[in-house]
Ligand binder design. Structure first.
Ligand code: SF4
Length: 244
């Protein structure tokens, strides 16, 4: 039974974290005791305060060189360790990725740079300006080159972009064989997930943004199906009404 993530700062491990060896168990009990635990279906628990946070991808506020001094970005500051199948998919498409990124990112202008450093994807650049080797710099801020290539080539989401990247800021926690808790990076969970603090990410709590349950509806649908995604939104909306 392993802890949720290897070493901070990192992206939350996309495989459901196991709560039995650490504070996730305490967190779960606290959610239940405070009536903050929701349900999206059988065996699908919801961390309502975490999922009720406002969130939208806001790369203009997190891109190195444009952001506030304490702001951090998932693509610039969190370590990404793709799974073996994800790494194989990226490696197989590397010539196409290199051709796609060459005119878009100077780091790829001379061909594919080194992609990995140990198990993690490299984040080349100077201190304070490092970003994932696949993260391009666009007029609006950082963008994912793998995501952009998936769209440009008609691939399904996730054909190249690793699950950990698609999940952020969601966190999956395996409660037992039949039960999973859906949480998110939050002041009460960031340490448990091995992430930087929630307050470091300008996207979390962005003024006027929808809740994480709403903004991440596509991802929750991909994980649990459309019905559970709707149930999650309704449970979070109900919790917010009660909390106000
Ligand atoms: S693979 Fe894409 S989403 Fe993931 S860290 Fe790199 S640029 Fe960001």
């Amino acid at each position: 039974m392993k802890p949720p993530a290897s070493k901070p700062p990192t992206r939350p491990d996309p495989s459901p974290a196991d709560p039995s060896g650490g504070d996730w168990t305490v967190h779960l009990l606290q959610l239940a005791a405070r009536d903050n635990l929701g349900q999206a279906g059988k065996g699908r628990l919801l961390d309502l305060p975490a999922l009720a946070q406002a969130w939208t991808c806001a790369t203009g506020a997190c891109t190195p060189g444009r952001r506030a001094p304490n702001a951090r970005s998932c693509c610039a500051d969190l370590e990404l360790a793709p799974t073996a199948p994800e790494r194989a998919a990226i490696d197989a498409a590397l010539p196409e990725i290199a051709a796609f990124l060459a005119p878009r990112d100077p780091r790829w202008a001379e061909g594919a740079p080194a992609i990995y450093e140990g198990d993690a994807v490299r984040r080349p650049g100077k201190a304070g300006d490092r970003r994932c080797v696949f993260a391009g710099m666009g007029p609006d801020g950082l963008y994912c080159g793998l995501h952009a290539l998936e769209d440009a080539s008609g691939r399904a989401r996730g054909a190249l972009k690793p699950l950990a990247c698609r999940l952020f800021p969601l966190v999956l926690v395996e409660v037992d064989e039949r039960t999973t808790l859906l949480s998110a990076i939050h002041r009460n969970t960031a340490r448990l997930a091995g992430s930087r603090p929630a307050r470091a990410f300008p996207c979390i709590g962005a003024a006027g943004a929808p809740t994480i349950a709403e903004s991440c509806a596509d991802t929750i649908t991909a994980l649990w199906g459309a019905r559970a995604a709707k149930n999650a939104q309704a449970a979070v909306a109900g919790w917010r009404e009660r909390a106000e």
